[in-house]
Ligand binder design. Structure first.
Ligand code: ADP
Ligand code: NI
Length: 214
């Protein structure tokens, strides 16, 4: 199988696995993250195959889709063997996916350039116009309100609190989205994040004006 065919087969596999997932990890999230990954990978001269496969598979091992993370990672390994990806590439791809699945910002840094790129792409999809849409979609799904001036953003939240604590959609900007710009790994990722960050700041400015009837 050529690498091109491996990618096509993997796209179909991921589509089958994630189609209809409504928690923000749907197929179109993967589609967007893969596109941004390819753009950054070209700018940073990274290994395109590892980057693209890493992006396509980055959410398959998620704890929300598997009974545990190890099981999810095993599923990805089996898939890669099934489509005849070589051993070295399998290690690189698995390394990206297992490091990325640490949530809440407290995870270890990505080791390889390819990993840094996929992580940047995933974070970029939480920013800008798409990031805003995902935040409100997530909030609706969790019965979380849009905004309440009396509920303040949380400062230092543990992974547990981040997942279960009461907050609002607007607070999510302060708890996560506006911090992402500083977490970018690659130069090109930083550049893209700058524009998206700016857009979210402008959005919040208009939001608070409208909130006060201006
Ligand atoms: P990821 O680990 O890829 O960021 P999450 O499951 O944490 O995935 O989040 C999926 C989407 O929902 C992201 O766009 C994220 O910013 C948003 N989100 C996560 N937690 C909240 C929350 N408490 N309120 C609003 N949006 C959230
Ligand atoms: Ni993701």
């Amino acid at each position: 199988m050529t690498q091109e065919e491996m990618i096509l087969q993997t796209e179909k596999f991921v589509f089958r696995e994630l189609n209809g997932e409504a928690s923000g990890h749907d197929w179109w999230h993967i589609y967007r993250v893969t596109k941004i990954t390819k753009t950054i990978a070209q700018q940073e001269n990274a290994n395109l195959f590892i980057c693209e496969m890493g992006a396509l598979l980055h959410d398959i091992a998620d704890e929300k889709l598997n009974s545990n993370e190890a099981e999810g990672i095993e599923k990805v390994r089996e898939w890669l063997i099934h489509v005849n990806v070589d051993e070295t590439s399998i290690s690189s791809i698995i390394e990206i996916i297992s490091t990325m699945s640490f949530k809440g910002g407290g995870g270890p840094p990505m080791k390889t350039l390819e990993g840094k790129i996929v992580q940047d792409a995933d974070r970029l999809d939480a920013m800008g116009a798409i990031g805003i849409a995902r935040t409100f979609a997530f909030s609706g799904a969790k019965n979380q309100i849009i905004h309440d001036p009396n509920i303040k953003p949380r400062e230092h939240v543990t992974k547990e609190e981040y997942r279960t604590g009461k907050t609002t959609a607007i607070n999510h900007f302060y708890e996560k989205l506006l911090k992402l710009k500083e977490l970018m790994n690659t130069d090109y990722g930083k550049k893209l994040a700058e524009t998206k960050h700016q857009y979210m700041e402008e959005y919040l400015e208009v939001f608070f004006k409208e909130w006060e009837g201006e």
